[in-house]
Design a protein around this ligand. Structure first.
Ligand code: AMP
Length: 129
C-alpha cells in the first residue's frame, strides 16, 4: 500500500509544498515542532534512510541543504536542525526544524498553525529558493 507521503507525491493527499524536483519533494510538516518545520522526501518510496542507494542518499542531503538554507533565511531562529526518525511514516523523510531551544527538536512541544500561517510560511521559504 502506498505510504501517506506517496499519496502526497501523487496529489491524492494535499500538502504545503516548498520545493520539488524529479526525485525529491519538500513540504511543511502538518504537526510541526516549530513554524517552518519541513520534511524532505525522495519520491521513490523507501522505508529507511540508510537503505537508500548511496547516490539517492547524497542527493537527498544536497536537496535538504538547499531547503534548510532557505528556511534559515525565512524563519527567525538560531539555526535549522536536521533529524531523521521515521517511526511514524515508513517513507524516508528528513526533518528540517527551525531551532530556538533544545525543546524544538524533541517532538514533544508542537506549534499550532492556521491554514493562513501554513500558506504564509510556504511563501516566506519559497522566496529564498
Ligand atoms: P516520523 O516518521 O516519526 O519521523 O514522523 C513523521 C512526521 O510526518 C511527523 O512529524 C508528522 O507530523 C508528519 N506527517 C504525517 N502525516 C503528514 C502529512 N499528511 N503531511 C505532512 N506531514 C505529515
Amino acid at each position: 500500500m502506498a505510504s501517506i507521503f506517496s499519496k502526497i507525491i501523487s496529489g491524492e493527499l494535499p500538502s504545503y509544498k516548498i520545493a520539488e524536483t524529479d526525485e525529491f519533494l519538500a513540504f511543511l510538516d502538518i504537526n510541526p515542532n516549530a513554524k517552518g518545520h519541513t520534511l524532505c522526501i525522495p519520491k521513490k518510496e523507501v522505508n529507511k534512510i540508510f537503505d537508500l542507494d548511496e547516490k539517492s542518499y547524497l542527493d537527498l542531503m544536497v536537496f535538504s541543504r538547499k531547503v534548510a538554507i532557505a528556511i534559515e533565511k525565512a524563519i527567525p531562529c538560531k539555526r535549522v536542525g536536521m533529524t531523521v526518525v521515521g517511526l511514524e511514516v515508513p517513507h524516508v523523510h528528513v526533518h528540517l526544524i527551525p531551532l530556538n531551544s533544545m525543546e524544538d527538536i524533541r517532538f514533544l512541544n508542537k506549534a499550532s498553525l492556521t491554514t493562513q500561517e501554513f500558506q504564509n510560511t510556504v511563501k516566506a521559504i519559497k522566496a529564498y529558493l
